[in-house]
Design a protein around this ligand. Sequence first.
Ligand code: TYM
Length: 325
Amino acid sequence: GVRRITGLKPTGHLHLGNLLGAIRPIVTGQYRAETIVFLADLHALTVTHQPNEVRANTLEQATTLLAAGLDPDRVTLYVQSQVPQHTELHYLLECTTGYGEAQRMIQFREKSVTQPNVRLSLLSYPVLMAADILLHDVHEVPVGADQSQHLELTRAVANRFNTRYGDTFVVPRAVLPTVSARVMDLADPTRKMGKTAETDAGIIFLLDPPEVIRRKVTRAVTDPGRTVEYDPQSRPGLANLLDILAAAVGDPPTALTAGYRSYAQLKTAVVEAVDGLLRPIRLRHAELARDPGYVRQVLVEGAERARDSAADTVYRAKRAIGLLT
Ligand code: TYM
């Protein structure tokens, strides 16, 4: 059968980009594919962080994933730092990756100019990500478009290792959603919706109450013009709203334009569609948050399962690369 993995970095609250880019695809596929999901807390340490916030975000994101429909009887859900094989394999892969190769990663280049003290781990972050993925012999990695380059690096590292040291890793591929692989910030539609934006005005968080969703969508930046057309190049704000609506209702964005005569009409539809997506998550989250012991238990069991499956891969990699096992 097909095996899949995805990870989420607990640096803030989960948002609509995370849902449409990664969470929903993984939940939709969970009964077809053997699925692994983890909270990438080690990745959260690559930039300035507050220790208590990372911990709280980790539990909140796990709770939100369950609220979004992840079935813990079906999916292995765990916290990265509770499975030591991630860092074990990370080191072996650092010894298979070029310094220049890591430096070429776009996210590193972007973040290393805005961060005051660039951590060494920010440079090697994509290598840890490669280890996350290769650890579990997966075929598919559902992610948003911003992770494509990291997936290419993962494939390059795996292929090189296999060629140099003998067949060790399954070479996985990225799986991107057809619409909404890159949900843009509502207040600045030229940048992706993300936790690192300066304000929250353009980010719809999964736990935002209905009135906040309404306000953010209503204030979304649109483009000059009156007609509702789908043109991501010259009208990115409008196209973003159409993409979000398309993802919510399951029609292609170009098929939706005819239904709306004004931006206001379109925004009303977007508010309803987004609230329809988020309401069940919000309600279920409120229930689950009353029982953090349950969520922690899911994570404990997930980590146990993940350690078992990962140990075998690390053993293979150690043998292949020349360590005494
Ligand atoms: P992170 O935490 O930034 O994002 C989690 C997932 O959400 C997707 N995503 C988006 N999709 C569409 N539109 C957006 N605006 C948007 N913003 C985020 C991301 O593409 C991602 O799929 N490096 C990863 C975490 C990670 C990982 C892994 C993922 C660590 N190891 C192994 C897959 C496999 C990250 O920072 O994701």
